[in-house]
Design a protein around this ligand. Structure first.
Ligand code: NAP
Ligand code: GCO
Length: 253
């Protein structure tokens, strides 16, 4: 296979959940640049329209599907409406509701688990049957450094990302035989709206830059190459793995 086709996504259609901003939007751009037709997702039509505009400079037209990943009916309805084949699914949507476990409202626990973990199960269940019929598919679950390491006030989030790591392996166990590759991408600390509150805290900002061997926050672009690789033919024999992109943070103490 020629090198330029090994990493090509030409002829593939990708749905990236939670791609109206941040990591999801950067991944969507990367998949489009590699040749995929892209469907953006989020809960806000205005944010999705703005995100779609950002592709126009490259002459790329993207589709959008506006649904809340915690609403199973909305997911099924949206995918039925589009009727388009999904070859690549990136389960990217994730939120934080930070507080110590001892005082954490049950609603905050449920919201994070539903958005970060259950949604991957529900959206994937709506997409994978087509992949099984076609004997082909790529699923990327956006895990986290917190699939392995916890930090006080993020117990709900760490549990959701640890669960997503194991769901990735479970999906591999059931669908690798159908030529579907399911892998996780685990970012370290990346500068987005989700972490803005941390970056704005001089103490935390200094700590994380010192704790990360690369001595910097990650940028959303730092994740794109790894995601394109996992979505490409180059990764057809990679399955059930979690690829960590964290500037070395999880490798050293
Ligand atoms: P972000 O900037 O807050 O973006 C989150 C995206 O998810 C937005 O597009 C948001 O759009 C969408 N979203 C939120 N709730 C949704 C829902 N219920 N249904 C559909 N879309 C929803 O966050 P990010 O930093 O890019 O994070 C993206 C993923 O990377 C998450 O899974 C996160 O856990 C993971 N991650 C982030 C970091 C980091 O340091 N930033 C590190 C490791 C892993 P709307 O609000 O318009 O719906
Ligand atoms: C936090 C952060 C982390 C990052 C990321 C690290 O509160 O410590 O939000 O959870 O978002 O998941 O990989």
């Amino acid at each position: 296979m020629a090198h330029h086709t090994r990493f090509s996504l030409l002829g593939k259609r990708a749905l990236v959940t939670g791609s109206s901003q941040g990591i999801g939007l950067a991944i969507a751009h990367g998949l489009a640049d590699a040749g995929a037709k892209v469907i953006l997702n989020g809960r806000s039509p205005d944010k999705l329209a703005k995100a779609a505009e950002s592709f126009k400079a490259s002459g790329i037209t993207v589709d959008t599907l506006c649904f809340d990943v915690t609403e199973a009916e909305a997911i099924t309805q949206a995918l039925k409406t589009t009727g388009k084949t999904i070859d690549i699914l990136v389960n990217n949507t994730g939120i934080q509701k930070r507080s110590l476990l001892v005082d954490m409202p049950l609603a905050d626990w449920k919201a994070v688990i539903d958005t970060n973990l259950t949604s991957a199960f529900v959206v994937t269940q709506a997409v994978v049957k087509g992949m099984m019929e076609r004997k082909s598919g790529k699923i990327i679950n956006i895990c986290s450094l917190m699939s392995e390491l916890a930090r006080p006030t993020t117990g709900n989030y760490a549990a959701s990302k640890g669960g997503l790591k194991m769901l990735t392996k479970a999906m591999c166990g059931e669908w690798a035989k159908d030529n579907i590759q399911i892998n996780g991408l685990a970012p370290g600390y990346i500068s987005t709206e989700l972490t803005q509150v941390l970056k704005n805290d001089p103490k935390f900002d200094t700590w994380i830059k010192g704790r990360t061997p690369a001595n910097r926050w990650g940028e959303v672009e730092d994740l794109v190459g790894a995601c394109v690789f996992l979505c490409s033919p180059a990764a057809d024999f990679v399955n059930g793995q979690i690829l960590t992109v964290d500037g070395g943070l999880s490798a050293v103490i």
